[in-house]
Design a protein around this ligand. Structure first.
Ligand SMILES: NC(=O)c1ccc[n+]([C@@H]2O[C@H](COP(=O)([O-])OP(=O)(O)OC[C@H]3O[C@@H](n4cnc5c(N)ncnc54)[C@H](OP(=O)(O)O)[C@@H]3O)[C@@H](O)[C@H]2O)c1
Length: 325
């Protein structure tokens, strides 16, 4: 099969589009003919060797895909050859024409989603869902501030924040990105390339601060939010797209009485499979109700996968990018 291969850790430009051995489904695994691959910011970090996981080279990066079941490994139940599925395979293997994934990593593709939308749903939206439900305990009527709100997981947080009934403030680096976030349900926008983020959050909350902040950006934006939290607020640590992992003077949490809460969706799916399954039922119900739906910004060919990853890590994306073999 054709695949995008990481021969050695280094720049995304070093990835090679070439023949790679077909995966063989192990016990409880299913072989999927991949029709679409969701691009995620960590894909770039993985091949640069800057991610938590470090697969042995050569390997195929990418974790999110949708397609058709081609074969079943021994003991694999719940799926049949020909089923339309989407899935998330921990860490690697997706930028290819075929992927082998555990049945527990697969879901049936809802009829109303395209294969591209299926490939774009799980990681970004699943992370936002887990963050806001389990980690953030977001309640209807609370104020949710979403950093990087036009990005993949940010737009998921906007949609899910509205599905839960929160007031959502989208924080973006351009007016055009704010308009995009508003088109997906955000009530208000803050352009943090020209507004003081701390002051703007306070101004939009009558001085109270944010109940929940969804931070996939880190750096200066985190610093500003750490001073704009409401009493009993929850500051969710999702990622560091800005490139700087911030440090926190913990006296701020004491004085303002808020919590800083880490979010790691991949570990959550493994450590809490029942809670993850319940989340998936709720997420797919929101999809059926039209409350949550991935927005596809662009599609690339698998042969152009390098450009697809760089488009995402280069701060361009509105919603999600998908790659097709
Ligand atoms: N914890 C988890 O389980 C989990 C799961 C998925 C993703 N993540 C992390 O979440 C972060 C966002 O992922 P994503 O897939 O949503 O990425 P994305 O679609 O590229 O969005 C990231 C957003 O961050 C903002 N940003 C600020 N400074 C940036 C910079 N220097 N370069 C690029 N973007 C910058 C951009 O918004 P503005 O231009 O508006 O600032 C951009 O829209 C990543 O760090 C990723 O590793 C974590």
């Amino acid at each position: 099969m054709k695949a995008l291969v990481c021969e050695a850790y280094g720049p995304v430009d070093n990835l090679v589009y070439r023949e790679f051995p077909d995966p063989v489904p192990a016990d409880n695994e299913v072989l999927v003919d991949v029709e679409a691959i969701g691009v995620n910011f960590p894909d770039g970090l993985l091949v640069e060797g800057k991610y938590q996981a470090r697969p042995q080279c050569p390997f195929v990066p990418g974790s999110e895909f949708a397609g058709t079941v081609a074969a079943l490994g021994s003991g694999a139940t719940g799926f049949a050859v020909g089923d339309r599925v989407f899935g998330w395979h921990m860490g690697s293997g997706a930028y290819a024409e075929r992927v082998a994934a555990l049945t527990t990593e697969l879901h049936r593709l809802p009829a109303l989603l395209s294969v591209a939308e299926g490939a774009a749903l799980l990681c970004a939206t699943g992370t936002a869902h887990h963050a806001l439900r389990q980690r953030g305990r977001l309640q209807a009527g609370e104020t949710l501030v979403v950093l990087g709100a036009a990005g993949g997981t940010g737009i998921g947080a906007v949609q899910i924040g509205k599905a839960i009934g929160a007031r959502v403030i989208a924080v973006c680096s351009s007016d055009e990105k704010i308009e995009f976030a508003k088109s997906q349900g955000a009530d208000l926008g803050i352009n943090y390339s020209r507004e003081d983020l701390n002051q703007a959050i306070k101004a939009h909350t009558d001085g109270r601060g944010a109940d929940v902040v969804y931070d996939a950006v880190g750096g200066d934006a985190f610093d500003a939010c750490s001073r704009a939290m409401a009493w009993d607020g929850r500051l969710l640590i999702v990622g560091f797209a800005s490139g700087r992992i911030p440090t926190l003077p913990v006296n701020l949490t004491l004085v303002k009485g808020y919590s800083v809460v880490g979010v790691f969706w991949g570990e959550f799916t493994r450590k809490e499979p029942e809670a993850h399954a319940a989340n998936m039922r709720e997420l797919l119900a929101w999809v059926e109700q039209g409350k949550v739906r991935p927005v596809i910004d662009r599609e690339f060919r698998l042969a152009d996968g390098i450009q697809a990853i760089k488009y995402v890590t280069g701060r361009n994306v509105r919603g999600k990018v998908v790659v097709k073999p």
